[in-house]
Design a protein around this ligand. Structure first.
Ligand SMILES: [Zn+2]
Ligand SMILES: [Zn+2]
Length: 263
């Protein structure tokens, strides 16, 4: 009897510290994040897989990049992406309810290579935009297929509710675009861990949907959201400052999040 209790005590004494060490490791590990869901935010939908429209506001080499990104993410078992034309009369990458607008322009020397903006109502994503900045992509450093793929893939990935797997830019690449790096060569596409995370985020179904259809009316204009002045406050920043997350409250539980890759 005492021997059993003593044995249990011994096991408990051993397991608890081991667990504590494991937890500490999980918190401080510079390696991949086991869970890179971003706050549990997701598109509401009543069935899987669901199809999310990517509005094609891009030109030049970005058309090919967007095609690759769409194909890559559509390998997910829970979602499909489809590239659709911009709605008539829309300009300046204005967001459209129920979908993600993808845009490129020379936005100027504003410090960002790419941003993803996601509108939230409660826990649900209602619309998103992805912008890539040609002011930097036209320079020799960033004018490469690898940089274009990394930034497009990551920003579109954020619009599904994914966070980064890793934010340290000078450790070995994890083989995913959700890992920031100073060498994008092997981080141009999602990896299995991203698809697994999407399956987890979208494992439940909702009774409503925030995913739009091709025939819906355009949303009202939202103004110019390209500058930090419109992003609210900085909620998070990677250690070297190359990645930022901003949040702006829009009232009634609605928020605008802006994910930034700095140039
Ligand atoms: Zn839900
Ligand atoms: Zn990012």
């Amino acid at each position: 009897m005492f021997a059993v209790i003593r044995l249990r005590l011994l096991i408990a004494l051993f397991i608890v510290p081991a667990l504590a060490v494991l937890l500490a490791f999980a918190v401080f590990s510079p390696a991949a994040q086991a869970n890179h869901s971003w706050g549990g935010y997701h598109w509401a939908r009543t069935a899987n897989p669901f199809t999310l429209m990517l509005g094609d506001n891009v030109s030049g080499p970005w058309d090919a990049t967007l095609g690759i990104t769409s194909t890559d993410w559509s390998k997910s078992t829970v979602l499909e992406t489809t590239i659709v034309p911009v709605q008539a009369g829309k300009k300046n990458c204005r967001p459209t309810v129920g979908r993600v607008e993808v845009c490129n322009a020379a936005y100027g020397n504003n410090g960002w290579l790419g941003i993803a903006q996601i509108w939230i109502s409660g826990k649900h994503i209602t619309q998103g935009t992805t912008k890539v900045n040609d002011t930097y992509f036209n320079t020799a450093k960033y004018n490469t297929t690898a940089w274009r793929n990394l930034v497009m893939c990551q920003e579109v990935g954020h619009t599904f509710g994914l966070d980064h797997q890793d934010e340290n830019f000078n450790n070995p690449n994890l083989g995913t675009c959700m890992d920031y790096t100073n060498d994008p060569s092997t981080n141009q596409h999602p990896n299995q861990h991203d698809y697994d995370q999407l399956a987890t985020i979208y494992s439940h179904l909702d009774s409503t949907t925030t995913v739009g259809t091709a025939t819906q009316a355009p949303a009202a204009g939202q103004g110019n959201l390209n500058s930090r002045g419109a992003w609210g406050h900085k909620a998070k920043e990677s250690r070297n400052g190359d990645l930022e997350l901003w949040v702006r409250s829009l009232g009634n539980g609605n928020k605008l999040f802006t994910f930034v890759i700095r140039a």
